[in-house]
Each structure stands twice: as structure tokens, then as C-alpha cells.
Design a protein around this ligand. Structure first.
Ligand code: FUB
Length: 368
């Protein structure tokens, strides 16, 4: 018994030596220390808006929600590999294999890491590249929606469930029938109807689905043609399936003409998010090659949406991806950049900023 106690004390000492005073570990110290969970750590309020929220693993694509009175963050988990990965249009350098969930009780305490909640090896249909996820809650169950390549190398969207917002999540055996491409965002309207908005160009394969079937040779439209829009599908009452085929969302300019594929500072590229403010639906997304988070508004979740401007100017790194959430009377933008890795594009870190809606329905542009 005494021997047992001494062993326990030694283990605790070893663990506490691995976790510095701020409760987090630098990527250099413990690149993939998935067994070490962070402790809640107080930060000055101003600092939480300036620094990466997580510094001991790389995190990206944060989807934030308020569950059980806290902010829960569902990011993707960039691996800290230094191996060369193909920097091609397939997104091969974003070679992620699992998800962690984080929670924040307030805006001056760094997120708590709830550990790995889903790994690609446990998803029967998936092969690799677990990209940007989202989460939702309905009738006592939490749902984690995530894209990954299937065994044929085609991006699909899957769902996993848990009784806790902190997971772990149990995947459904198959991907959602009729799903394709990447970056699911699940929006539940005031009437309880849930929608999934999804899609992404280039590595995200959206242009390969223009005929309704996967066409490996599918190309983006020519620059004078309407840009491809994200897709939207109603979810069934059990949140596990599409209730009918996905529709394309159209994004129009202020003259109600389609935003064109060549208007790269306005057209949708990836990273959809939907929120509702003052009865208006806001669709926000990454413009990809121009690296902004843009937004458009509509009186219906299915659109058409009118382009309104920008929420976030370009960040350090190629990709930009965000979520928008209201918490304790304030709106927040969760986003990522690549400052922690010195700009290595596939080693990103999540951040948070305050977001302000103006009285005329526009959103103030945030300088990261
Ligand atoms: O994290 C992988 C991909 O990079 C995401 O799915 C995109 O939105 C971009 O952030």
C-alpha cells in the first residue's frame, strides 16, 4: 500500500514537471502530449485577445458554441510534424488525424483541454485528413460533424455523438449519405430546424461536384461565370442525415447580380459559418486566395445572400477560418492564424476577438 502511494506521488511529480506554471506546454517541449490536459489558467482580459489560446499543440478552424454555460471549442488539430508534405492543391500538408475539445468558463481563463475525443482510426469510413469540424446539441445529445477523405480519397462529412459536450464522441459507421466536400457548419434556427452549410474549393473538392456526381476532373468556373456557392441541407430530426439533397446557396452583390468566380475578394472559397442577429441570417466564409473572412446577409437561411463586407482581415498564414458566438452578452469571433509556428501554414493556433454588430446590421472589420 505504502509502495503504491509513493508510486502515485512520483507520477504526479513527473506530470507536474511537464506542465509549466501557465498550465500549457510549448510545441517544442511536448509536441503531441495528448495525455496531458491543461489546467484552467487566469490571463489578463486584454491578453486573451492577443495571444494564441492553446500553445502546446497546434489548433485550427475553431467552431465555438455555448453549452452548459461555458464556451466549448471544437477545432481541428494540426500535427506538429516537420516532414515535408505535398503543398499541392489537394491540401496534403493539412494531414490531421484527431480532434480535441476545449472549454472556457469566461474570457480571462485559458481553455481547458478535454483531450482527444475522436481519432480517424476509429472512424470506419474515413482514411485521412480530418479537417474543420463543428458541433451541435439537440435533445440531450451532442453531435460532432467532421469532414475526412473516405477510402476512395473523396471528402465526405461524418457525424459522431456523445452525451457530453466534452466527448468522447462515437462515430456513426458511415458518412452522411449525400454529403461531400468539407467544412460543415450546423446552424439550428429558432424553430428548431437544423441545417448543415458546407463546402470548400480546391483541396475541399467542391468544384468536382458541379454535376451532382463526383467528377475528378471538375474545375472551378471561368472567372466571368457565377462563383460556386456553399451548399446547405436540412438535417433530419435525429440530426444524423440530410433531409433531402443539398442546395447551392447563391451570394449576390449589392446590385443583386451573382458574385463571379473571378471576384476573388468576394466569392466563397471555404469555411462557412452561419449566425442570426436581430432576425437576420449572416453567412460568413473565407475568400481563400484573398485570405479574408467575408460576410453576406439574408432573410432566409437558404439565401440568396447579399455580400456586405469583411469580418476579418488577412491573418498570418494562408488559410483563415472562424466561428461567431454570443456569450454572456458579448459576441466573439474565434479564428486562427499561424503566429505560434512563425507562419508555418499547416501549424496554426486558435485565437479569439470581440465582434461588434453595428446598428445598421453591418459588422465591424477586425484587424487580427
Ligand atoms: O484545416 C484544414 C482546412 O484548412 C479547413 O478545412 C479549411 O477551412 C482551412 O482552414
Amino acid at each position: 500500500m505504502r509502495h503504491h502511494k509513493i508510486m502515485m506521488i512520483c507520477m504526479l511529480l513527473v506530470l507536474s514537471a511537464c506542465v509549466p506554471a501557465n498550465g500549457q506546454v510549448s510545441p517544442g517541449n511536448a509536441p503531441e502530449a495528448t495525455s496531458i490536459l491543461s489546467a484552467p489558467t487566469e490571463e489578463p482580459v486584454m491578453d486573451i485577445f492577443k495571444k494564441p489560446l492553446v500553445t502546446y499543440i497546434y489548433t485550427a478552424d475553431p467552431s465555438a458554441h455555448v453549452f452548459e454555460g461555458k464556451i466549448y471549442i471544437y477545432p481541428s488539430h494540426d500535427l506538429s510534424h516537420n516532414n515535408p508534405r505535398p503543398d499541392d492543391n489537394e491540401g496534403g500538408q493539412y494531414d490531421m488525424t484527431d480532434y480535441h475539445v476545449f472549454s472556457m468558463e469566461n474570457m480571462h481563463t485559458l481553455p481547458v483541454d478535454h483531450g482527444e475525443v475522436l481519432n480517424v482510426k476509429d472512424v470506419p469510413w474515413a482514411s485521412k485528413q480530418m479537417w474543420a469540424p463543428d458541433a451541435a446539441f439537440k435533445d440531450g445529445t451532442y453531435y460532432l460533424y467532421f469532414p475526412a477523405r473516405d477510402k476512395e480519397n473523396i471528402f465526405r462529412i461524418g457525424v459522431a455523438t456523445s452525451k457530453s459536450p466534452a466527448g468522447p464522441f462515437t462515430p456513426e459507421p458511415n458518412y452522411i449519405e449525400g454529403s461531400f466536400s468539407i467544412d460543415p457548419c450546423v446552424f439550428i434556427d429558432d424553430d428548431g430546424q437544423a441545417y448543415m452549410i458546407f463546402g470548400g474549393l480546391s483541396g475541399g473538392q467542391l468544384e468536382k461536384w458541379q454535376t451532382g456526381q463526383f467528377d475528378p476532373n471538375g474545375k472551378q468556373p471561368r472567372s466571368s461565370a457565377p462563383a460556386l456557392g456553399p451548399r446547405i441541407a436540412k438535417l433530419t430530426a435525429d440530426m444524423l442525415n440530410f433531409d433531402g439533397p443539398a442546395q447551392e446557396i447563391s451570394i449576390l452583390d449589392k446590385y443583386k447580380a451573382s458574385v463571379l468566380a473571378g471576384e476573388e475578394d468576394k466569392r466563397f472559397f471555404e469555411a462557412s459559418w452561419m449566425h442570426k442577429y436581430d432576425g437576420v441570417y449572416y453567412l460568413s466564409y473565407s475568400t481563400g486566395t484573398m485570405h479574408q473572412i467575408a460576410y453576406a446577409t439574408s432573410d432566409k437561411p437558404t439565401g440568396p445572400f447579399i455580400f456586405r463586407g469583411y469580418i476579418l482581415n488577412p491573418v498570418v498564414g494562408w488559410t483563415t477560418h472562424h466561428s461567431i458566438v454570443a456569450f454572456q452578452g458579448q459576441w466573439y469571433l474565434f479564428y486562427h492564424d499561424a503566429t505560434l509556428s512563425g507562419g508555418v501554414d499547416y501549424k496554426r493556433n486558435i485565437k479569439v476577438a470581440e465582434l461588434t454588430h453595428n446598428a445598421d446590421g453591418t459588422i465591424q472589420t477586425i484587424q487580427p
